[in-house]
Write a protein that binds this ligand. Sequence first.
Ligand SMILES: *Cc1c(COP(=O)(O)O)cnc(C)c1O
Length: 230
Amino acid sequence: MLENNIKTVQDNIVRAAKKAGRNPQDILLIAVSKTKPADMVLDVYNTGIRDFGENKVQEIVAKSQVLASDIRWHMIGHLQRNKVKQAIEKSCLIHSVDSVRLATKISEEAVKAQKTVEILLEINIANEETKYGFKAEDAYDVLKEIAAMPGIRVRGLMTSAPFVDNPEGNREYFKHLKQLCVDLKAKNIDNTSMDFLSMGMTNDYMVAVEEGATHVRVGTAIFGERNYNI
Ligand SMILES: *Cc1c(COP(=O)(O)O)cnc(C)c1O
């Protein structure tokens, strides 16, 4: 079942990429394994997937202890400052940098660990009250400030679009984020590359790929529904 799910998602990514005249190789599928047990992660790993997304550092720590060391863990959820040290140890990319305070802490811990930490700035593209992230109009100022911090390299932007029944409803948001990323890249700020665009989840990843996503974060379509009550 998991194997079929992966195949379906991969085929859909290829189709969406081709439709938009993009190379499917330029899109990384991140299997979002939050709340799912390590044995399910292993099943997905065995289909060839190496990139997994979690929204809690504790889950990355627990799963990385029992799973292969060549897994790349992506931190995609709101990160508390007291978890930063572990997050930079265990993850390859922090997608969810949503405040200057958090970036400051990441910078401090990166310097201590003598590392350069790759991050994305989370943008609240639809200005939803319930969501974390910077406002699009603040992105340039925030990027300049964060890019100047030692130990940090800003690779691009991330967003979680609104939950909608019809994914076409999010196309304008994905277009907006892509344009924002292009505009920021053109500023050529030191320690930024702005070549990553993390957008698209189970409901809307095909539209996101058509609009330029380089990283899609897919959970339910691979692992099935999540049960938060266990
Ligand atoms: C849970 C989550 C996903 C995956 O959501 P699905 O709808 O299950 O694909 C993607 N991104 C973030 C930030 C998440 O928290």
